[in-house]
Design a protein around this ligand. Structure first.
Ligand code: FAE
Length: 535
């Protein structure tokens, strides 16, 4: 067994035992606090940036505590499953909501996908900011628990455009390969793709794109395609083929709790505390940080208010979470020296969703893999670059629908301000700012419709619009690299305070973002460990 596999095994065992015992503290050894209430390093969140950082700190022997506001997802519910599916969503699906909030608001103008549910720390949150709602994962693993597993390395020319100050040779020579390896990225068997039932919908979309003269590409994934083959063959329990995606996957997905986080716990230096929400950050005169933390119960009540100190503090609470923490700290005066770039440079990665009506001779089928495996790559279009993933409609019945999540190059950016009444950061983003995304997606899919004599579906988004750009799956920015932080995520003006997550990326990656977030976190933590952290 390699050292990494051994660590993952140890960490995985710790996660499962904590779940079985109902613990909110997860570790392989006794939690190593330097003194009560103080840890050498604290990482906020357990998503991609946070998980990378904790693994590398743990490997370097640094006692590290991770604080996650969501719960650990490893204990089965009354139906024997950890997660619910999209056809029968229950309280596990949504973060303290009375009703689920599925991205497809309607079908034939009827709300068929949503259910009334009890309030619970469910796995998917939809955070509403007026004209823009942001979907985020909650729980140990953050977005990795709910995402579509598409693991795409951006094209180098675009990476150089968005982050020109980052050495692309290093990224593409070292950190992207390291991220792909450690995330467990794998590729679909093209022969299976051509014949399987589960991707008939993607083949239909490919045919339509080809007729319009467009190029399609296979998309790498962190869902285990060999497992999926066995699902279709009826040899293992189904997950991607059983309408499991955005409310979690019971099998097949290499979410962070199976990869980086398991390995981090396995170093014996990392502890995860769940249902711990960080509310405030202050800096002591000795240069250490003190966090105000609310420990909550599963009904949302605050059961303890705690203070936790750290010498090194890493923000990995995601674009919304980390940005809110620093905007609040600046505006309430607990970290008054934060600069004006904090809270700026936020974007949606140009997300826009749309559907096309299928002909009777081009149906997608009732069995659809929930994990996208194909994209239309029109990023070379000089006027309207688009990368459109062919999205599934895992409804279990024929829907006569081809669905797409298009990623476009939208130059519009939002910003955050602090609202004292709600003690939260509010995003400023107007619906009109989403227009460049719609224009780009429309220019591409008008071509597809013309070539195939098809039309847009206008029954999917709660009214009669054919394009949905009032939500994003890909929040990016708010604490942009080189602006709110230096070129390695060190927050300007505050030594030993770092940003590790999607808030570093200035609003766009041109592809699905988690591989970029992971690779950038690998690069930054390596530098921080070499230059800043005393060992
Ligand atoms: P993230 O993964 O969001 O983790 C942040 C964590 O911090 C969460 O666990 C929060 O609960 C926690 N947190 C927040 N605030 C606090 C606080 N104050 N105290 C304690 N904990 C806190 O951050 N990306 C792809 O590349 N491919 C896909 O196929 C894809 N599909 C997606 C599908 C859906 C439905 C969604 C929602 C997202 C999808 N994404 C996809 C986006 C991807 O999951 C996202 O970019 C990353 O998860 C962001 O990683 P971060 O490290 O920034």
């Amino acid at each position: 067994m390699s050292p990494l596999s051994r660590r993952k095994f140890l960490g995985y065992t710790a996660l499962n035992s904590a779940a079985a015992l109902g613990l909110t503290t997860i570790s392989t050894a006794q939690a190593e606090e330097v003194s009560p209430g103080f840890s050498t390093a604290v990482v906020i969140g357990t998503g991609y940036g946070a998980a990378v950082t904790a693994l590398r700190l743990g490997e370097a022997g640094i006692p590290t505590v991770m604080l996650e506001m969501g719960k650990l997802w490893a204990d089965p519910g009354p139906d024997g499953k950890v997660f619910c599916d999209m056809l029968r969503p229950d309280r596990r699906a949504a973060w303290f909501k009375n009703r689920t909030q599925a991205p497809l608001a309607s079908f034939l103008w009827m709300d068929l996908a949503n259910r009334d549910i009890g309030r619970y720390p469910g796995v998917l949150d939809r955070v509403s900011h007026g004209d823009m709602s942001v979907y985020v994962g909650r729980g140990v693993g953050g977005g990795s628990l709910v995402n579509g597993a598409m693991a795409v390395t951006p094209r180098r020319s675009y990476f150089e455009e968005i982050l020109p100050a980052v050495d692309a040779d290093e990224m593409y020579g070292t950190y992207f390969p390291r991220a792909n390896r450690t995330l467990g990225v794998n590729h679909i068997d093209p022969r299976w793709f051509e014949t399987c039932r589960s991707y008939r919908y993607a083949r239909v979309s490919r045919k339509a794109a080809t007729r319009a003269g467009l190029k399609t590409v296979f998309v790498p994934s962190v869902y285990d395609f060999e497992y999926m083959k066995r699902e279709e063959a009826g040899k293992v329990p189904r997950s991607a083929l059983a309408s499991e995606v955005i409310y979690g996957n019971n099998h097949g997905k290499r979410s962070l709790d199976k990869t980086y986080l398991a390995a981090a716990l396995g170093t014996g230096k990392v502890t995860i505390k769940t249902l711990h929400e960080v509310r405030g950050i202050t800096r002591q005169t000795d240069g250490t940080y003190v966090l105000t933390v609310h420990e909550t119960s599963e009904d949302g009540a605050i059961v303890a208010r705690k203070q936790l100190g750290a010498k090194y503090l890493f923000l990995g609470a995601g674009s919304l979470g980390s940005t809110e923490l620093l905007v609040r700290a600046r505006e309430t005066g607990t970290l008054p020296g934060l600069n004006d770039a904090v809270g700026r440079g936020w974007g949606t990665n140009g997300n826009v969703m749309l559907g096309r009506a299928n002909h009777a001779w081009d149906l997608g089928g009732s069995l659809q893999s929930g994990m996208p495996a194909l994209g239309i790559d029109a990023w070379d279009d000089p006027v309207n670059p688009v990368f459109a993933e062919v999205a599934p409609v895992p409804a279990g019945v024929e829907t006569w629908l081809s669905l797409y999540l298009a990623i476009t190059k939208n130059p519009e950016r939002g910003h955050f301000t602090y609202d004292p009444a709600s003690d939260s950061a509010r995003l400023h983003w107007r619906a009109s700012q989403g227009k460049p995304s719609i224009d780009a997606a429309k220019s591409l899919f008008d071509k597809v419709n013309r070539a195939n004599r098809t039309i847009y579906r206008s029954d999917l988004f709660g009214d009669t619009r054919s394009f949905e750009n009032r939500f994003t799956y890909h929040p990016l920015g708010g604490l942009v690299l080189g602006e709110a932080t230096d070129l390695y995520g060190r927050v300007k003006g505050y030594p030993n305070l770092y940003v590790t997550d999607g808030s570093l990326i200035p609003g766009s990656t041109g592809v699905n973002p988690f591989v970029t977030i992971t690779a950038l976190a690998e690069r930054n933590v390596e530098r921080v460990l070499a230059e800043d952290v005393a060992r």
